[in-house]
Design a protein around this ligand. Structure first.
Ligand code: NDP
Length: 460
């Protein structure tokens, strides 16, 4: 038995009592998948009030069904390096829930990837995608392949081998992957090329995050980071504040972090720190984004290189996360469980006002409690980073209609969607007796949308 669930609201005893045994059963059936357990737990802890109010969802066993993926694929990915050496990696695709649309969610290439991580990401994706209001189901995939230090030719051979197996499970009406950690424009290009070659179809809508010249959407690259900052701005607005002249700390320096930095700067904030797995860099005058992009996007370098190139204005701290740098707004944009309760306590002590998750589940549950108890505005990833997948759905829409929109139009749609997700989460939290609690609001709103569709579609 693990520690019992800690429900978020008071009037949920009946629902919470129903959920505890379900959670124990999930632990029993998914042994060792700790990140999946954590993601399920975080959702179940908020569902008590819905189940109390809506016994038909209990009778239909919606929670049990939603926690069980529709399909889990695990496959071998053999490939050869530039010296002719043979490598064998493991590929995953978890097709979690298709009640709202084709499975949709990114691919992650990182040595830490295992089934539990893919399932946690796929599970989150179901509710995130529902919150966008777009017709997309939830899924996720990836591999324990590490693209770091590999040549373009090696990455291409890996992607071709990966797609040679995965293609049979994909399709624009079936399953539509995109990027995630370690999978950017280069990888999506190689994956799409191989899919096209095997199927002999130019099926643009089968992958998103494509290059703008060959079916990709304007603003997709920017969308997750931009959307996260737009959400933060909405949260601050509710409190009569905004981002102008705020000090912001971002973790990571990949796709999400770079464009969160860009949007925060556009809204008048100063981003004073960012990081990678080697450590963090502080630049009190504000991160020079052109330089950081050159190092990270073009050169695939490190933030330590940034500090060196920037000279006296910046300094690098090795082997630590950036949360000790005082700030008004913290945006964890790197990876899961990167912000602990100790980090949260330091942030609170230094006066943080708002925290929004650009990454998936970067804040540990204990850290979330620290923020909530201190009255810090806290946005969970499934709401705050949904701008990426929403813009992927806009990419699918453009592909289906053989159209392409301008950057300004796409960004305007993204802003509308982020406002919608914010308002839905905010209103749902209030309706279920947890005003200001975006974790409760986002989980319940997403769950209700999926549950309605599952009820309507029979026993699926
Ligand atoms: P990238 O690969 O572009 O960047 C990841 C960044 O996080 C890098 O700076 C990387 O540093 C750092 N990082 C990765 N693993 C670790 C670790 N174990 N410890 C410390 N730092 C780490 O990925 P994305 O920016 O695309 O993704 C970042 C997060 O955002 C992930 O949680 C992803 O699931 C989530 N997300 C991404 C979306 C997207 O559209 N890309 C959409 C929604 C969520 P280093 O280079 O040193 O590894």
């Amino acid at each position: 038995m693990s520690t019992p669930l800690t429900p978020h609201t008071r009037d949920d005893d009946a629902g919470a009592r129903l959920i505890e045994p379900l959670y124990q059963e999930i632990l029993r059936r998914n042994v060792g998948e700790t990140e999946f357990h954590q993601a399920v737990r975080e959702v179940l802890e908020t569902l008590g009030p819905v189940l109390t109010k809506r016994p038909e969802l209990v009778d239909a066993r919606i929670v049990e069904r939603v926690c069980e993926p529709e399909r889990q694929l695990i496959f071998r990915v053999p490939w050869s390096d530039d010296a002719g050496g043979i490598h064998v990696n493991r590929g995953f695709r978890v097709e979690f829930n298709s009640s709202l649309g084709p499975y949709k969610g990114g691919l992650r290439f990182h040595p830490s990837v295992n089934l539990g991580i893919v399932k946690f990401l796929g599970f989150e994706q179901i509710f995130k995608n529902a919150l966008t209001g777009m017709p997309i189901g939830g899924g996720k995939g990836g591999s324990d392949f590490d693209p770091k230090g590999r040549s373009d030719a090696e990455v291409m051979r890996f992607c071709q081998s990966f797609m040679t197996e995965l293609h049979r499970h994909l399709g624009e009406y079936t399953d539509v992957p995109a990027g995630d950690i370690g999978v950017g424009g280069r990888e999506i290009g190689y994956l799409f090329g191989q899919y096209k070659r095997i199927t002999n179809r130019y099926e643009s809508g089968v992958l998103t995050g494509k290059g703008v010249g060959w079916g990709g959407a304007q603003a997709r690259t920017e969308a997750t980071g931009y959307g996260c900052v737009m959400f933060t701005d909405e949260m601050l607005r509710v409190r009569g504040q905004d981002l102008d002249r705020r000090r912001v700390v971002v973790s990571g320096s990949g796709n999400v972090a770079l464009y969160a930095t860009e949007k925060a700067q556009q809204l008048g904030a100063t981003v004073v720190a960012c990081s990678d797995s080697g450590g963090y860099v502080v630049d009190e005058k504000g991160i020079d984004l052109d330089l950081l992009k050159e190092i990270k996007e073009t050169g695939r370098g490190r933030v330590a290189d940034y500090a060196e190139r920037r000279g006296r204005d910046a300094h690098f701290v090795a082997g630590r996360g950036p949360w000790e740098v005082p700030c008004d707004v913290a945006l964890p944009c790197a990876t899961q469980n990167e912000l602990t309760a100790e980090d949260a306590a330091v942030l609170v002590r230094n006066g943080v006002q708002a925290v929004a998750e650009g990454a998936n589940m970067p804040t540990t549950p204990e850290a979330v409690r620290v923020f909530q108890e201190a009255g810090v505005a806290f946005a969970p990833g499934k709401a705050a980073n949904a701008g990426g997948v929403a813009t992927s759905a806009l990419e699918m829409q453009q592909n289906a209609s053989r159209d392409s929109w301008t950057f300004a139009h796409t960004e305007e749609r993204l802003a509308e969607i982020m406002r919608h997700i914010h308002d839905t989460s905010h209103e749902t939290a209030a309706r279920y007796g947890a005003p200001g609690n975006y974790v409760v609001g986002a989980n319940i709103a997403g769950f209700e949308l999926v549950a309605e569709a599952m009820l309507a579609q029979g026993l699926i």
